[in-house]
Design a protein around this ligand. Sequence first.
Ligand code: NAP
Length: 243
Amino acid sequence: MSIDRTALVTGASRGIGKSIAERLADDGFFVVGTSTTDSGVENIEGWLGDRGIGLMMRVEDSALVEASVQRIFERCGDVAVLINNAGITRDSLLVRMKDDEWDDVIETNLAGTFRLCKSVLRSMIKARWGRIVNVGSVVGRMGNPGQTNYAASKAGIEGFTRALAQEVGSRSITVNCVAPGFIDTDMTAALGDAQVDNLAAMIPLGRIGSPRDVASAVSFLVSEDAGYITGETLNVNGGLYSA
Ligand SMILES: NC(=O)c1ccc[n+]([C@@H]2O[C@H](COP(=O)([O-])OP(=O)(O)OC[C@H]3O[C@@H](n4cnc5c(N)ncnc54)[C@H](OP(=O)(O)O)[C@@H]3O)[C@@H](O)[C@H]2O)c1
């Protein structure tokens, strides 16, 4: 197996992460896609075929992240591209929010992004090339009632992205954020038809986004063509919000 450039995509079992992993494989990357379950890993291996591998990872577990990344280095060489996509919601109005609902979201979405970046960065610095894309959310800018934890984690990811971009720019490593709006995945599946219609009516492009819309933006940001873009957030939200 000859591996040119390895791309690591967290949360690749479904939704946006799966679409990103498929797109990067189509773009010619050798893709390592992660899931939290054995069946998720098996699925990823099934559709990636010889274009990548699946790997078990929970991004809130530092030891597991370190061990998994070490296995990637041994099996696939350096990680040239990292997509921090894994994310969760634990929605609740703040007055009712439990400590673990706050902690789980911050640990997975924000601290998970920190852990993965830290674990691959040394090899990118040595290679003097790298691409990191962190998946934020329109909610990080707009806010949303019931999502103080999620909004804080996603706004945090944007600040983290800008700071890290400044630290590693001199090594030709770019760090950017993609901020999706409302995208049709399991995360938004709980919305009823009426809510989806209401949301679509608020979106200038008149529809909920598809995971492929996000994957296209990621594909651009990791390409050579995007080599002079860093510390940016690219909104992929159909025009819903642009501040
Ligand atoms: N959907 C939207 O409208 C929307 C909008 C803005 C931003 N986003 C962001 O886009 C990203 C993907 O969202 P999605 O809608 O595709 O979500 P999804 O369909 O719920 O999929 C979530 C993915 O993250 C993985 N994951 C969950 N907890 C994890 C953990 N602790 N450690 C490692 N992986 C974990 C899941 O793996 P398993 O399958 O193994 O559970 C799954 O692959 C998230 O960061 C989300 O915040 C989504």
